[in-house]
Design a protein around this ligand. Structure first.
Ligand code: GLU
Length: 460
């Protein structure tokens, strides 16, 4: 089992591609196979060099370690397509010498006009075959005129192209519906259909999971590999990722980049657990590690329907991750937010108070300020609740604050219980009516601070 992830470095790693990478990674790990990272950067205009490093950073952060890739030599490199031109050239020459490919001199203007004419005549646009049968001297004349040329694959006529898609099942296409297509651009670079299919074969890739938008490319790629006498991998085309409105996931759905989510504070484990369940069903509802996901990953559970990405679900997994942190991990996680010079028991008390209410580490910042900060900002309803409780209530409560303030002592001193006790207390101590449980909150605050905040409402 050899799988691969083959991003084009024209942008940052978005969730759709991250899920593709995860699925290929899991499939390889499940079968103790190889997982290859190949950078598809033959299109110099669209390649952004800094994106290559960014893609690798994002994949590594997700934990999707590749066995072979640009920085990890293997037996089938190089792993950046921009470094494979010499190799491609051999195959171009072979196809040309066997008359399986031919030079095409059509300009983009000519191609565009032909396309429009076909559309106007109600026919699907397809290469009209203008340069298909040019003689040697006709070609030479065009070359002499200085015309640029690309290389087109000669699609065989009258063939049925049939294959089993790992997700969509039996597929059947007719070669007559496919026009001759470009395999080398007029600047000499390899076109996607060609380099993508050839490299899969040369890198011995056995299984390709990729986006559904590539399903219609597969017949062309299979024809090409058949012409070269090379094996085609088994393809599985995974469903599109859509937002909550059913439209393909895009910027307007908020953060959809792996880096954006990382910077917002999500844990990679939370993101992987969410991606694992997008378009792949599993009976397992608990948080899984990557090895657990690998053993549970099942091609038969890949779904055809579009998969909905929902931030609320990601937050669910993030909460599950937070709740699974050990004391030490939680301390390390919240370290950037904890004030300096806290003792271990102070930070533990703080963590015990806020952790159940925190999804992102940043959420703890507010409570850090409430618990350790001098000034307290009051929300209007909280201020009202505290005032309505009356000065006697707070005087009695403040009086009962000991070295280690506890709720039971305050309750009996005030003689109130239930909401009439909790709400004004919470309001005076935190400036708001909602938040973490009161007992651990109280335990996390110094007794001087508790007393001072209560005394503030003890006078009219
Ligand atoms: N470079 C292509 C892409 O990013 C790869 C498609 C494939 O996985 O075959 O869409």
């Amino acid at each position: 089992m050899v799988t691969r992830f083959a991003p084009s470095p024209s942008g940052a790693l978005h969730l759709g591609n991250a899920r593709t990478a995860l699925f290929n990674y899991l499939l390889a790990r499940k079968h103790t196979g190889r997982f290859v990272l190949r950078i598809e950067d033959t299109d110099a205009l669209r390649t952004q060099e800094d994106m290559v490093a960014a893609l690798c950073t994002d994949l590594a952060w997700l934990g999707l370690t590749w066995d072979e890739g640009p920085d990890r030599p293997g037996g089938y490199g190089p792993y950046r397509q921009s470094q494979r031109s010499a190799l491609y050239q051999q195959y171009f020459e072979r196809l040309e010498s066997e008359r399986l490919a031919y030079p095409c001199f059509c300009s983009s203007l000519e191609l565009d006009l032909a396309r429009r004419a076909q559309l106007a005549a109600g026919r699907p646009p397809r290469y009209a075959g203008t340069c298909r049968e040019l003689s040697g001297s006709e070609r030479a004349a065009r070359v002499a005129q200085g015309r640029k040329w690309s290389l087109r694959f000669r699609v065989p006529s009258g063939q049925a192209i049939e294959f089993e898609d790992l997700v969509h099942g039996a597929q059947s296409f007719l070669s007559d519906d496919i026009g001759d297509f470009i395999i080398r651009r007029d600047d000499g670079s390899a076109a996607f259909f060609f380099s993508n299919a050839l490299d899969d074969a040369l890198m011995r890739v056995t299984h390709v999971l990729r986006g559904e938008d590539h399903l219609s490319n597969t017949p062309r790629q299979r024809l090409l590999l058949a012409a070269l006498g090379l094996p085609a991998p088994q393809y599985g085309h995974v469903s599109l990722l859509v937002g909550d409105d059913g439209a393909p996931l895009s910027k307007r759905h908020g953060a959809t980049g792996v880096r954006d989510l990382r910077e917002a504070g999500y844990a990679s484990a939370a993101l992987c657990n969410q991606l694992f369940r997008l378009g792949h069903s599993t009976p397992l509802n608990q948080m899984l590690t990557l090895p657990q996901m690998a053993s549970a990953f099942d091609l038969a559970h890949l779904q055809r329907a579009p998969a909905h990405f929902d931030l609320a679900q990601l937050r669910h997994w993030q909460s599950a991750w937070v709740h699974g942190l050990s004391g030490e991990q939680a301390r390390a996680w919240l370290d950037p937010i904890l004030p300096p010079q806290l003792t271990v028991s102070q930070s533990d008390a703080f963590i015990a108070a806020v952790l159940p209410n925190v999804v992102l580490a940043e959420d703890a910042r507010l409570w850090q300020q409430i618990i350790f900060g001098e000034a307290l900002a009051f929300e209007e309803p909280a201020l009202r609740t505290a005032r309505e409780a009356g000065p006697e209530f707070f005087a009695a409560a403040a009086n009962a604050v000991s070295e280690r303030p506890d709720l039971a002592a305050l309750r009996s001193a005030t003689g109130r219980k239930g909401a009439a006790f909790f709400m004004p207390l919470r309001a005076a101590l935190t400036g708001r009516l909602h938040g973490p449980e009161l007992a651990p909150l109280l335990a996390a605050m110094s007794s001087e601070r508790v007393r001072a905040r209560l005394l503030r409402f003890a006078t009219v």
